[in-house]
Design a protein around this ligand. Structure first.
Ligand code: PLP
Length: 487
């Protein structure tokens, strides 16, 4: 290690970017690779939306100018979406203690209700798709502007053809005629759903270069300089611990209940009362948790509510769109709570790196102080605004994900040697039943490697295996390959 680098960094097990493998080498495969290791949406943005984005990139974005450092339009659009999500949040009953009871497969196969007609009604990609001219041998063959100016299909007045929402879905206002502009809140606020006093506004929002950036900003704001430690319940999202360590911030870990993955609250209480120099300043929870896919229970929420105001509670709702259950409606009661969300999962924008925090204005102001002035490229801001304006279209695939998740769980539960848990997210978590953890871990590694050799990437993490719910074809291949490996 270089003599000027901090010694503790030498020991840090840093995050290795996916997809690929722990060592980052490419994946050997004869066929296409099913990337079920990073919990993204299996579908790219619809071609029409990409085309609109590309048009904006070409015609409106000035690459020589700094991005909007205030993110005002994006924050407004996010606030509106958060208000909707609060109004529509569903109550999720806690998991039963006994784990998952899956009925056996019927002879005919998986007994999964078909998608409702209103469900996955995503317009197919137009045949023409994006009409990008191929590169000429000489270099870039940019088509000349037509006489009339821009040679790009104009935005239709109606914008994108958005399918109607299913009854149970999100209540999204239609696209404004101009395409990009996010429709403003109606005069009466949210159609009278929320009293204005509790409505989230742009002041409650801070936007980050992925929610990873917000995690780092939060740690800088709360713990840096030996003033605080963080508490996590393992297994959980690894970046809390990894980013804390890069900043020299101590990480206190407590276990979860082995059957339900609820945090061990007694251990957490003990850890908080016994940790000094520096004391616990932040508790991180994920709702629903990654990799174990369980939502916070009433017990956990009660405990989080009881934490003193000098401890920040970070509730990471990266997978909110799959659980449809948010705690954002409780922020008003808890000035020491903050919610993180991301555009990387249900909104299909992992490559754009956009995350956001929802909290009281004093806390978001602290985050705004810490972030770099131009943390979010113009194109990323635009993409997130587009995604929100088109949320009805993009989120229309969620019923498919949820029905595919049920199929995947039912198929995996048929293997007696595996234990699989219920999921409130877009991934499932399983473990090999074995005499001891070491043996189970060896088998997890083997299964992961064998699936990888066949072209399915999954995560071996937290003492088990996490598999993202992909497209129906990908999920079928996962089930087939798993059966081949296990029988
Ligand atoms: C729980 C959780 N939080 C945050 C993130 C990171 O999100 P982003 O892509 O916005 O940095 C992930 C990504 O996998 C996640 O699982």
């Amino acid at each position: 290690m270089l003599p000027f680098i901090r010694k503790d960094l030498a020991e840090l097990n840093a995050y290795t970017p996916h997809p690929g493998s722990a060592s980052g080498e490419s994946v050997p495969s004869k066929s296409a690779i099913d990337r079920l290791d990073t919990n993204e949406c299996p579908y790219d943005l619809p071609a029409e939306l990409k085309q609109k984005l590309a048009w904006n990139y070409q015609q409106l974005i000035e690459t020589n100018r700094y991005p909007d450092g205030g993110h005002a339009p994006l924050k407004e659009a996010i606030a509106q979406y958060v208000n909707e999500s609060i109004a529509e949040s569903i109550h999720v009953p806690p998991l039963s203690k006994g784990g998952l009871h899956v009925p056996p497969l019927s002879k005919e196969g998986l007994d999964v209700p078909p998608l409702s007609k209103e469900g996955l009604d995503v317009p197919p990609l137009s045949k023409e798709g994006l009409d990008v001219p191929p590169l000429s041998k000489e270099g870039l063959d940019v088509p000349p502007l037509s006489k009339g100016g821009l040679d790009v299909p104009p935005l239709s007045k109606e914008g994108l053809d958005v399918p109607p929402l299913s009854k149970g879905g999100l209540n999204v206002p239609p696209l404004s005629k101009g395409g990009l502009h996010v429709p403003p809140l109606s005069k009466g606020g949210l159609g009278g759903v929320l009293p204005p006093k509790t409505a989230i506004t742009a002041d409650n929002i801070s936007v980050g270069n992925g929610s990873d950036e917000l995690i780092r900003s939060l740690l800088i704001a709360t713990c840096l300089g030996a003033v605080g430690s963080i508490l996590v319940a393992n297994p959980t999202f690894s970046m809390y611990g990894i980013i804390a360590q890069t900043l020299g911030i101590p990480v206190v870990s407590v276990p979860r209940q082995p059957e339900t993955f609820e945090m061990d609250i007694e251990e957490a209480k003990k850890a908080i009362s016994q940790t000094e120099n520096p004391p616990v300043r932040v508790v991180f929870v994920v709702h629903p948790n990654s990799p174990t896919a369980n939502a916070l229970t009433t017990n956990e929420i009660e405990w989080l509510s009881s934490l003193p105001e000098d401890i920040l509670v970070v509730i990471d709702e990266a997978y909110f769109e799959f659980s449809q259950n948010t705690l954002a409606g409780k922020l008003q009661e808890h000035p020491n709570w903050i919610i993180l969300r991301t555009f990387s999962k249900a909104f299909r924008l992992a490559s754009m790196r956009v995350g956001y925090a929802i909290a009281n204005p004093e806390l978001t102001a602290a985050l705004e102080k810490i972030r770099l002035p131009y943390n979010l490229p113009t194109f990323s801001q635009l993409a997130a605004e587009f995604a929100l304006a088109q949320r009805q279209l993009l989120l229309a695939v969620i019923p498919e994900t949820i029905s595919e998740r049920a199929k995947l769980i039912a198929a995996i539960a048929q293997h007696q040697q595996l234990q699989i848990w219920p999921s409130a997210a877009n991934f499932v978590y399983l473990r090999v039943k074995a005499e001891n953890r070491n043996l189970a871990e060896q088998q997890h590694k083997q299964i992961m490697e064998q699936l990888k050799a066949e072209g399915t990437l999954i995560r071996h993490t937290g003492g088990g295996l996490r598999i993202t719910v992909g497209s129906p074809q990908e999920n079928q291949r996962t089930c087939d390959r798993l059966s081949q490996i296990l029988t």
